[in-house]
Design a protein around this ligand. Structure first.
Ligand SMILES: [Fe+2]
Ligand SMILES: [Fe+2]
Length: 276
């Protein structure tokens, strides 16, 4: 078999695009120009695509329009700002609903997907569904089980909005930052026999990279803004940017890029913006 042509992927995340709150659109336009110059095989946006698409249909419409500026294929998965959050506490913030999910799908299409990249299998998941009890949650588990069984040893890269955990898979606390523990466990069990090599996430607005076993966990920075330390602990590096991946046969090269064309916004500079 001829050697695999490398597959070049750019991950952007937490673009937080809104028509009224349009502060972060210039950074996305700068990102689109970078993509035009680099011509990757695929761009993946790992969620919080919109500023407040969970509440406003028009933010999703605006964000989708911004992505029309990309002149290469792109795929997206939703974040809590696009479809609502996992129901992780009773008095918690707005949660995912059928209406919100339907609205997201109308603008962005599939909220979970499989994309073949040479030998690699890229799986995008909507982790916001975890714990929702919605029919779509069951459908996604079925999709994942069949995807895992058809990969037969091929390397897998998972794309999710929230990181699976902070330091290790056994963490028990339930919070807004990571995939809920019960669902993390089920996900890891389901993929136990599969060759998962990369988990690429967003949500935290910090870049962090660590390896657990054979799996690289890569947290993408936001293209839009970072949060001040008094509002969010420092778990990685706080700087806007994107992640550049080159997939080759059985390995992936990962680079974080902090391009000077992107303004390194801090949420404190936007008093009218609510927290992530
Ligand atoms: Fe975000
Ligand atoms: Fe988020």
């Amino acid at each position: 078999m001829p050697p695999m042509r490398t597959f070049h992927l750019i991950q952007v995340s937490d673009t937080h695009l809104g028509r009224e709150q349009s502060w972060f659109a210039p950074n996305f336009r700068a990102m689109a120009r970078i993509v035009s110059a680099l011509r990757p095989d695929l761009v993946v946006n790992t969620g919080d695509i919109s500023f407040d698409g969970a509440e406003r249909d028009d933010d999703l419409a605006f964000a989708r329009g911004c992505h029309a500026e990309l002149d290469v294929p792109f795929r997206a998965i939703p974040g809590n700002h696009d479809v609502g959050d996992n129901p992780w506490r009773d008095d918690g913030p707005e949660t995912i609903t059928e209406q919100r999910l339907e609205r997201y799908r109308r603008h962005f299409g599939e909220d979970y997907w499989l994309h073949e990249a040479g030998r690699w299998v890229l799986l995008g998941l909507n982790v916001q569904l975890f714990g929702s009890g919605m029919a779509a949650e069951k459908d996604q588990w079925r999709f994942l089980a069949s995807a895992a069984s058809m990969t037969s040893g091929r390397p897998i890269a998972l794309f999710v909005h929230k990181p699976l955990f902070h330091l290790h898979a056994g963490e028990a606390d339930v919070n807004h930052r990571f995939v809920p523990p019960d669902h993390r466990r089920r996900l890891i069990e389901l993929l136990g026999g599969a060759n998962v090599r990369l988990v690429a996430s967003g949500h935290v607005h910090q870049h962090r990279r660590h390896r657990v076993g054979d799996v690289d966990h890569c947290w993408a920075p936001s293209t839009a803004f970072v949060l001040p330390d008094r509002r969010q602990p420092r778990l990685g590096t706080k700087h806007v940017g994107y992640i550049d991946y080159t997939f080759d046969e059985d390995r992936v090269d990962i680079q974080v890029v902090e391009p000077e064309q992107l303004m390194n916004h801090n949420l404190d500079d936007f008093p009218d913006a609510h927290a992530i």
